[in-house]
Ligand binder design. Structure first.
Ligand code: NAP
Length: 300
């Protein structure tokens, strides 16, 4: 029997764990994959207040160890359902069942696919969603990054130091990502921007060989030969398992205001998986604190 079960060991979930155990609660964190969430793949963080420079891996590991050292339990099990049993919540995972007084959903978001034919079968054979994980496999090769946010810009900067050439393909002619990152990328001499363009086809059988890119304004198409395509077109939540418990918006995010409460009494939501305007490391940590303290208040 736990006081609080937190589903997800990313920044929001682990921050919630820290606040929960520091409030004297018995806390269990359930994680389906690895701790750290999305930030673990970020090469360098320099916008988290109070920390000048840190890698995503080091940040996530510090956070994980901090939560563990303070007394949070972490189990690597996939949470499949939440049921209300009188005053308590029963959480069923792929291997166990746990009971708690409150649950915090901090399930984050996963990489959005392009949705093109062959995309799934070419994952690991030219298609990747993580430059820091897979960039090293493309040393000296020609690659492309698709997307216009911070992830795409950071990925492209990272890849320019390994790859002979990096195409940056973005569907608009201006970037969503930070100006500072864009300026850094523009200074690289092995980058080519392919703007106002979308990828319409992936070519290759056993491995990716080329992509077809269409300019949205002129409708002209172009074939670009590449060994690797890093897709960085944002994230999407995965909350189908909890759709019978909490309200989801049309994109699948869990509906919750700044107080991190959901429509279900005793179930809270924190981090990128919550309906919100700004999804940043700082706002994920902030949500974790708010959700944990709201859960503590609910438990009494
Ligand atoms: P994002 O900011 O949502 O950007 C996604 C990009 O992909 C946008 O440029 C978008 O184009 C494009 N896109 C979306 N769907 C597409 C599609 N179907 N086909 C082609 N392009 C598509 O995602 P992100 O870069 O992964 O960042 C997510 C959040 O994490 C953001 O809040 C970001 O600031 C944050 N982040 C921060 C850091 C940092 O601070 N160091 C690092 C990484 C991420 P449009 O621009 O036209 O919409």
């Amino acid at each position: 029997m736990y006081d609080i079960i937190i589903i997800g060991a990313g920044t929001a979930g682990l921050s919630a764990a820290i606040y929960g155990v520091r409030a004297g609660k018995k806390v269990l964190v359930l994680e389906a994959a690895v701790y750290g969430g999305q930030i673990i793949n970020t090469p360098e963080i320099e916008n988290y207040p109070g920390i000048k420079h840190i890698s995503g891996y080091e940040f996530a590991t510090n956070l994980y160890e901090q939560a563990r050292d303070l007394g949070a339990d972490v189990k690597y099990e996939k949470a499949l359902s939440i049921e209300t049993q009188e005053e308590n919540k029963l959480v069923k995972t792929d291997s166990n069942e746990y009971v708690a007084k409150a649950v915090i959903l901090a399930t984050g978001a996963k990489n959005r696919p392009l949705g093109l034919e062959k995309e799934q079968e070419l994952i690991g054979r030219g298609i990747s969603y993580c430059a820091t994980c897979d960039g090293g496999f493309y040393r000296g090769k020609v690659v492309a990054v698709n997307g216009g946010g911070n992830t795409a810009l950071e990925d492209a900067i990272f890849l320019t130091s390994y790859c002979s050439k990096v195409y940056v393909i973005h569907r608009r002619d201006s970037f969503r990502g930070e100006e500072k990152l864009l300026e850094t990328l523009k200074r690289k001499d092995n980058v080519e921007f392919v703007l106002s363009s979308v990828i319409t086809k992936l070519n290759g059988t056993d491995k990716l060989e080329s992509i077809i890119v269409e300019n949205k304004d002129t409708k002209e198409t172009r074939e670009i030969e590449i060994s690797g395509l890093f897709i960085a077109i944002g994230q999407m939540p995965e909350n189908k398992d909890f759709a019978d418990v909490v309200n989801l918006d049309e994109k699948g995010y869990i509906v919750g205001e700044e107080d991190c409460k959901t429509n279900e009494l005793g179930v809270f939501v924190a981090g990128d998986t919550r309906t919100k305007a700004i999804r940043q490391l700082a706002t994920a940590a902030s949500d974790g604190a708010i959700a944990a303290l709201a859960a503590c208040e609910y438990i009494g």
